[in-house]
Design a binder for this molecule. Structure first.
Ligand code: HEM
Ligand code: HEM
Length: 187
């Protein structure tokens, strides 16, 4: 069976882990009634997970540019190939756009709260946005972009996982293409 390379597999699952954790913490911190201290800690955790996800997608893109993904198996309809390609491109776009838009929100925030990754690594604000005039006026739009982007991301991830499970059940595109194998030389 054609498989993704080991590096692509490790990066895929690490990146899925951080993105799903960022989504979980993001929804909880925004929508649960929490005491201010807990909320502050969860915002810092959310930002840490999101920035890590952004670093991982940068690594992934370098890996992708230097390693050819395995060809899809024969027997898939043209629309299925096009849909898989389109969804993968969209996932990469969202993997960049969602964390960058979050970084913009905190950089342009009138509250000017510093980001400290995992309580240890100071993370800078984006230069241009941190000096924006009239930050209060920009805040709702910037937040809406990040929040809407996150919801579009959730929808696309659900579609991606649905397709992966559907093909695994049909047996035409095994899940193991993006899985670990301890006995292989291909990919
Ligand atoms: C946040 C969650 C996820 C993101 C952002 C994500 C993103 C991606 C991307 C961008 C690719 C294309 C890789 C490339 O060709 O460069 C991919 C492939 C794949 N993903 Fe995910 N993924 C996520 C979660 C999952 C989950 C939970 C599953 C399992 C149910 C899964 C199963 C797969 C499989 C099987 C492939 C390979 C498709 C093939 O055989 O061609 N992904 N994923
Ligand atoms: C893969 C990366 C990320 C994902 C999937 C994600 C997802 C989310 C989600 C689901 C929410 C809650 C939306 C709501 O319930 O309305 C949220 C809110 C938020 N995120 Fe992210 N986020 C990511 C990265 C980041 C990063 C890197 C930062 C900052 C450095 C950030 C800052 C924020 C802020 C400040 C909010 C609250 C916005 C508001 O009050 O409307 N996020 N994010």
């Amino acid at each position: 069976m054609n498989r993704y390379s080991r590096g692509a597999v490790v990066l895929h699952w690490l990146s899925a882990l951080f993105v799903l954790a960022a989504i979980g913490v993001g929804l909880y911190m925004k929508n649960a009634p929490l005491p201010p201290k807990t909320m502050f800690a969860l915002f810092q955790l959310h930002k840490s997970l999101g920035v890590t996800a952004l670093g991982l997608v940068a690594l992934r893109l370098v890996w992708r540019a230097t390693h050819r993904p395995p060809a899809l198996p024969d027997g898939l309809a043209a629309w299925e190939r096009a849909a898989a390609h389109g969804v993968h491109v969209l996932l990469y776009v969202l993997l960049i756009a969602v964390p960058v838009s979050g970084w913009i929100v905190v950089s342009a925030s009138p509250l000017n709260i510093p980001t400290v990754l995992y309580g240890a690594i100071p993370w800078p604000h984006l230069p241009w946005f941190s000096t924006l005039a009239d930050k209060k006026a920009w805040e709702p739009l910037l937040k809406a972009i990040h929040d809407t982007g996150a919801f579009v991301f959730i929808a696309i991830i659900l579609g991606h996982v649905g397709a992966a499970v559907r093909h695994a059940v049909k047996g035409d595109v095994p899940l193991a293409r993006m899985g670990f194998s301890f006995r292989r030389k291909d990919g």
